[in-house]
Design a protein around this ligand. Structure first.
Ligand code: C2E
Ligand code: CA
Ligand code: CA
Length: 728
């Protein structure tokens, strides 16, 4: 080995700076070994392509080249320690055109490895003459390969570092790096964008520089103690921008340790969460507030009530200030909604909200708890009379009508009041009791208020019991239907029956007037209606088969049974036809609210079943709005005068006048009239005289079980009704 040569290379290497290392070493080596070409080439991942990093030829650096490895002597290097060909290389590799072009005779190559021991590059010397001193060259090459490998490693490391820096620089999250003494040593672009500070303005500062004064000492102490313990902290923190603006950021700090587990750096990542916080508070608003009236919703109310109760219970043991929860329900709001439409209803609810707000202090709470229900929570009442005065005030204020869209509406409230600490010590319990009191107020005539009393719970429990038992009755097919004859005054024959649902609940007859509203309230009415229609159709089919071919059955339909979705409009017709009946065998009885303007689908359903042949009767005429405009919207076939008028007709002059007017109006419109609740002969006579078409009532018959119908029809006599024997 030529010591001098090595020394000269090492000497020249001492002056090499990193940037030119590969060039310089190729030049030095080529000089030392007298090679025509010396190069370092990196290999691609598949070891098929070599690309020179530095290429020295005849004492000069020339342009880099790429070449494919297969069929070249370099291919061998990848599999061996060193590859040397003293001469005749072209004959050995006839397919390597490059060797021929460059007139190469001799070849020495060594592999270069990365830290993991994988071959990533090669060091090659090419000679245009046969090599004389192969040993020396091989030794030099092996000697210097280690040095080159280290430099290659540095190069790839700095490339990786550069990548890391690019990532840091371009991260959307702000990054701030401090040394172990929390002095800032690096920040990125996003940092400047969020804080407004250029990196030069903050280098050497500590993150205290950004403190907003929003957090107390305790906050930072906790943060540091966690950072020390776990090496990580994250959370929301309020900092100050260069502009002075205070903003929230989501910050995550990690401690960087060295090999001996000493803290060397802290890296913070953060993003500005002003917008997220805004979104969050919007969501919170939607979660806790009613969007229509902007009042608190039930959740918010409960939270506030519970908070006040908690405070009260924590404070002085025996002094608990009196609070009142007022639950209020608008009387007849459904009717107003049905009459004037939902848009009107919504506006009215807003006016109600404003009126309620105007009646209380800012420190009290008004909430809209559901559709037409509101609640007030009043703190620090002097005594029970104080609560009573508030209720009276509300009732008085609501006796003034609302003026909206040129319409004047009266909208009274039923109010139930429960008091803390007397009645309950939590929001849900207080609300339930106030609600029970409100139901009681409603039951005892609307537009009134009630304080909760301990026996009120019973009526709510009763309703729930009815609901559960009704559900069970539906499931186990325990509902029955009876049929009340309707007599034609013209033919003096029974031509129709009204189907009326019956529920024998363990031996007690529950009146439909009691359970139909429960079924409506708990969404069971569809199932009740389906049972009644199906059973009635079966009974009617049997009657027809027995020869009573002209009989019509009247079926009651609650507004809640009308499908919301047009796709279900044919359901009733399907049931009728599936029973082997024709639509003209059935008349549906409904009340006025069904025909309200916004119930468009109801009208189109009625039109389509009327077109199919069904008759439509308007039930309980005279009790609702009796809005003649509804009668114009839909041409009903039959009008049933409510029994309250018939009852009073013989006693009150005005009622007879009214019945007279209804009958004449109906005649003018070509509508047939049924008088309901006819119990006395005298009533039959007056109605006959007034030209009424049909009579229904106990005078002729109470509702009958299905098996009694044939007998009734066969034996019926207009002049001698069989009242007693057929009663049900
Ligand atoms: P409605 O449709 O007005 O039915 C007439 C009610 O008056 C029936 O009471 C009937 O028994 C009763 N009634 C008949 N004639 C007389 C009479 O001369 N004097 C007296 N005092 N009452 C008479 P019911 O069966 O208790 O039904 C009460 C209400 O329940 C019905 O009033 C109707 O609104 C509802 N309902 C009954 N069955 C059904 C049904 O299947 N579906 C729906 N949606 N509602 C029904
Ligand atoms: Ca009816
Ligand atoms: Ca009726």
């Amino acid at each position: 080995m030529n010591e001098y040569r090595i020394k000269s290379i090492v000497k020249s290497l001492a002056n090499i700076n990193s940037a030119n290392f590969f060039h310089d070493i190729c030049l030095s080596l080529s000089k030392a070994i007298n090679a025509d070409f010396v190069y370092i080439a990196s290999l691609d991942d598949n070891d098929t392509l070599a690309t020179t990093i530095a290429l020295a030829s005849q004492g000069e650096i020339i342009e880099n080249i790429s070449y494919s490895l297969p069929n070249t002597p370099c291919e061998k290097i990848v599999n061996s320690l060193i590859c040397t060909h003293r001469s005749n290389i072209q004959q050995l590799y006839p397919n390597d055109a490059r060797l021929i072009d460059m007139s190469i005779e001799g070849y020495v190559g060594v592999p270069l490895k990365n830290v993991e021991g994988n071959i990533v590059a090669i060091l090659v010397a090419l000679f245009q003459e046969p090599i004389s001193n192969t040993n020396e060259i091989e030794t030099l090459f092996l000697l210097f390969s280690g040095l080159i490998e280290r430099e290659l490693h540095k190069k790839s490391y700095s490339e990786k570092l550069e990548l890391t820096n690019t990532i840091i620089e371009n991260s959307h999250e702000a990054i701030l790096i401090t040394d172990a003494h929390t002095r800032i040593i690096h920040t990125n672009k996003a940092f400047s964008k969020i804080t407004g500070y250029h990196i030069d303005e903050v280098i050497g500062e500590t993150p205290k520089f950004f403190q907003s004064g929003h957090h107390d000492k305790n906050f930072y102490q906790k943060m540091w103690s966690q950072l020390k313990r776990r090496g990580h902290w994250q959370g929301e923190i309020w900092n100050k921008r260069k502009s002075g603006e205070i903003y929230p950021e989501w910050l995550s700090i990690s401690t960087i340790y060295n090999k001996v587990n000493q803290e060397t750096h802290y890296v913070s990542f953060f993003s500005d969460i002003t917008q997220q916080n805004k979104d969050k508070s919007k969501i919170k608003r939607q979660y806790y507030f009613d969007s229509l009236t902007k009042l608190a919703n039930k959740k918010m109310l409960f939270q506030q009530v519970d908070q006040v109760i908690k405070q009260n219970c924590q404070e002085a043991q025996n002094i608990q200030s009196l609070c009142g929860l007022f639950v209020m329900d608008l009387d007849l709001f459904k009717h107003i909604n049905n009459t004037y439409g939902h848009a009107f209803g919504d506006k009215l609810l807003r006016l109600v909200a404003n009126r309620l707000k105007s009646l209380i202090r800012d420190t009290d709470t008004v909430a809209r708890t559901s559709g037409d229900s509101f609640a007030l929570f009043i703190k620090n009442l002097p005594d029970e009379q104080g609560a009573q005065r508030i209720a009276e005030n509300i009732a008085k204020s609501f006796s003034d009508p609302f003026h909206l869209d040129g319409i004047t509406t009266n909208c009274s409230l039923s109010i139930g009041i429960a008091l803390f600490p007397h009645d309950e010590k939590n929001a849900a319990g207080l609300f339930k009791k106030a609600e029970q009191a409100m139901f009681d107020a409603k039951d005892n005539g609307r537009n009134s208020f009630r304080f909760f009393t301990s026996n009120m719970g019973e009526s709510a429990a009763r309703i729930l019991k009815v609901k559960n038992e009704l559900e069970e009755a539906i499931n186990s097919n325990k509902l029955d239907v009876v049929f009340q004859p309707i007599i034609s005054l013209k033919t003096q024959l029974c031509t129709k029956f009204e189907a009326l649902v019956r529920w024998n609940n363990n031996g007690t007859w529950v009146s439909p007037s009691d359970f139909i509203p429960v079924a409506e309230h708990f969404n069971l009415i569809d199932r009740v209606g389906a049972i009644v229609l199906k059973k009635s159709c079966q009974v009617l089919k049997t009657l027809k088969n027995a020869g009573f071919t002209d009989i019509i059955f009247n079926i009651n339909r609650s507004i809640y049974e009308f499908p919301k979705d047009e796709a279900n409009n044919n359901l009733w017709l399907h049931v009728i036809e599936a029973s082997g009946l024709s639509p003209s065998d059935i008349c549906f009885e409904l009340t006025e609210s069904v025909l309200a303007p916004e119930n468009d689908n109801n009208i189109s359903l009625l039109k389509s079943i009327q077109d199919a042949g069904c008759k439509i009767a308007l039930d309980d005429f005279g009790t609702g709005y009796s809005s003649l405009s509804y009668l114009r919207r839909f041409s009903i076939d039959i009008l049933k005068i409510d029994r309250s008028f018939i009852k009073e007709m013989t006693m009150v002059r005005d009622d007879k006048t009214l019945v007279t007017a209804i009958i004449s109006m109906a005649k003018a419109l070509g509508i047939a009239v049924v008088a309901e609740g006819v119990e006395k002969k005298e009533q039959v006579e007056i109605l006959t005289e007034l030209g009424c078409d049909f009579i229904q009532g106990y005078y002729f018959s109470k509702p009958l079980p299905s098996q009694a119908l044939e007998n009734f029809l066969t034996k019926f006599s207009f002049t001698h009704p069989l009242t007693e024997s057929t009663n049900n």
